[in-house]
Ligand binder design. Structure first.
Ligand code: FES
Length: 159
């Protein structure tokens, strides 16, 4: 069930568009952010009801974009490492292995404390600062092992 806070956010998002249907992506993201970084089938159905859209269409949007987490629960910090061409040429595979070792998980897995999930993704449009990764809304660029250590330690300290 969506909270009052989430419902207010969806209402605000709707105001940015001429049609309710156009607010689907923003509404799904608002729900995901307020629901511990994950979407459920019930969440998607609630969005469909609020926006008066067929639930199948909402599900199709969530299924098309990789930023929506509904297929499998993800941790509070979803690490998405780009492994496309520029990032790969500058060491993405090595850094992915490094993160796997640091977190004790492999790509696709979540740490036992649900703090991190590690995924690989295609180009995030930041090729000029490769290798890079995204965690939540933030980009971390020109990555090195040392930078990764600092980033993971900062997140752990904030949690
Ligand atoms: S190849 Fe990694 S951001 Fe483009």
């Amino acid at each position: 069930m969506l909270t009052e806070k989430t419902l207010e956010k969806i209402e605000q998002i709707q105001k940015n568009y001429h049609s309710k249907k156009s607010a689907v992506m923003g509404a799904l993201m608002a729900v995901q952010r307020d629901s511990g970084n994950n979407l459920t089938r019930e969440d998607m159905e609630a969005v469909a009801r609020i926006l008066e859209v067929n639930p199948v269409e909402v599900h199709a949007v969530a299924g098309f974009y990789t930023m929506y987490n509904w297929k499998k629960p993800v941790g509070r910090n979803h690490i998405q490492v780009c492994w496309n061409l520029s990032c790969s040429l500058l060491g993405a595979e090595h850094l992915i292995s490094y993160i796997e070792k640091s977190l004790g998980i492999t790509v696709g897995e979540t740490t036992p404390d649900s703090l991190f999930t590690l995924s690989t993704v295609e180009c995030l449009g930041s090729c000029g600062t490769a290798p890079m990764m995204q965690i939540g809304d933030d980009y971390y660029e020109n990555l090195t092992e040392e930078k990764i250590d600092t980033i993971l330690a900062d997140i752990r300290a904030r949690s």
